[in-house]
Design a protein around this ligand. Structure first.
Ligand code: UD1
Length: 422
């Protein structure tokens, strides 16, 4: 059923909100269960549609999966080698079954994921990694046929691409190399916390991986991996989104269960913009000191400012009166679907190539808008919290892909938000 959000702007948010487990950690970790015949237990998997897609993909590949209140239990005694287009096209991240299937079976057929609204999303680096490990790749009828007739062998692989490092590409090589013969060194590896979380999971399974979280990862191949239990890290992008909610419409919003060390660049930008952040234990509180300004942002690989937070800050800076800022997107230069929708709400933004020039306005006004992708949709929700009148956001299934019960969490903080049939 198609649903929409109706948000009445102008309420003040306050109180506490629990941060969910990381979607982007959960997806590759769930895929990693394909590496063993034994049972894996994964805790704090967020109840979002992307993790549901991953469960469907695992089941389609032959896994038995149980899910109850955040815990996903997977057992892959037998595994088939084909990830078909019907499943892969629904979620680009399904590409991360490639590495584990190559490690477990030595051959796989993965459908090419195709583009998405945030731009052309190539897979050349994933394939470069598989080939370096000894695989042969053929693309036929939209499918990648990958096989390693002589097995996978450790080597040194440089994963640098033209837009920087690759998160899921690094994950795929790490998972394939975990069961390869010999040692693999991944240079220019992605250093995102989600890569580190996956490495922790793999090491608990019996892998020998060091350096994850830095730009050089060493994987010493082992013969076999076993079942494990693991709790995924808190979602730093969901946390960042609620920090912006606190900045845009809050008077003291506290996030619970955050990893502050994963949010350094986001906190830095909020502080530079005049917000006051304090933390105790795993709680993080944001307050406004009444004199917000905007600043310039450049998206970069971790620990730089994340592309997954770019849209939300465009919403914040659009509603920061008297300020001007430049937001430059270096990771996905076309990731600006939210700009046209924000302008429908009265935002003053010019887009030139990969840079949005934003002039903050006194007041946004409600308008019917369309969610286009996950983070762009979150930006519209945030803008609506500050707009005058009732904003209707259509196609909220985009938001439900990656935010666990965002409407309920915002309601608990005092937002006037309703989910209705569209
Ligand atoms: C992951 C995240 C996504 C985030 C992105 C960048 C998951 C499930 N998704 O996506 O939320 O926005 O990291 O932090 O974790 N590239 C190539 N060739 C490749 C692969 C990527 O050129 O083979 C390019 C991409 O087009 C992009 C850049 O590299 O410009 C980074 O993309 P990448 O890190 O691979 O994104 P994902 O891992 O797909």
């Amino acid at each position: 059923m198609m649903e929409k959000f109706v948000i009445k702007g102008g309420t003040t948010l306050s109180g506490r909100v629990n941060v969910s487990g990381s979607k982007n950690s959960s997806l590759p970790i769930m895929a990693a269960t394909l590496l063993t015949k034994e049972t894996c237990v994964i805790r704090r998997v967020p109840d979002v549609s992307d993790t549901n897609y991953m469960i469907q993909i695992l089941q389609n590949l032959g896994a038995e999966v149980e899910r109850a209140s955040g815990t996903v239990i997977v057992r892959c005694e037998k595994v088939s080698d084909t990830a078909p287009y019907e499943l892969v096209r629904k979620m680009r991240a399904s590409i991360c079954v490639m590495g584990p299937l190559m490690a477990r079976l030595g051959h796989t057929v993965v459908s090419l994921p195709g583009g998405c609204v945030i731009g052309d999303r190539p897979v050349d680096l994933h394939l470069r990694g598989m080939e370096a490990l000894g695989a042969v790749v053929k693309v036929e009828k939209g499918n990648m046929h990958i096989s390693a007739p002589n097995g996978l062998h450790g080597t040194t692989i440089d994963m640098m691409g033209k837009h920087g490092t690759t998160v899921l590409g690094t994950d795929n090589v790490m998972m394939a190399a975990a069961l390869a013969e010999g040692t693999t060194i991944i240079e220019n590896a992605a250093g995102e916390p989600e890569v580190e979380d996956l490495a922790d999971f793999l090491n608990k399974m019996g892998a020998k991986i060091t350096g994850a979280g830095t730009n050089t990862i060493t994987v010493e191949g082992v013969k076999e991996l076993g079942g494990v239990e693991h709790t995924v890290i808190p979602d730093r992008i969901e946390a960042g989104t609620f920090l912006v909610a606190g900045a845009i419409a809050g008077n003291g919003v506290t996030l619970r269960r955050v990893r502050k060390d994963h949010l350094k660049s986001v906190i830095q930008v909020l502080e530079a913009s005049g917000y006051h952040l304090t933390s105790t234990g795993s709680d993080l509180t944001i307050k406004s000191n009444g004199s917000a300004t905007a600043c310039d942002i450049l998206t970069e690989p971790y620990p730089g400012f994340p592309t997954d937070m770019q849209a939300q800050f465009c919403a914040l800076f659009s509603t920061t009166p008297g300020s001007q800022s430049l937001v430059t997107e270096q990771i996905f230069p076309q990731r600006f679907m939210h700009i046209a929708e924000l302008k429908r709400m009265g935002a003053d933004i010019d887009l030139v190539d990969d840079t949005a020039r934003i002039r903050g306005v006194e007041q946004l006004s409600a308008a019917p808008v369309m969610a286009s992708d996950l983070r762009a949709s979150a930006a519209l929700v945030l803008a609506a919290l500050r707009a005058e009148g009732e904003t209707e956001i259509n196609r909220v299934y985009h938001i439900d892909r990656g935010y666990e019960h965002i409407d309920e969490k915002l309601m608990d903080l005092g937002a006037d938000i309703r989910r209705l049939p569209a």
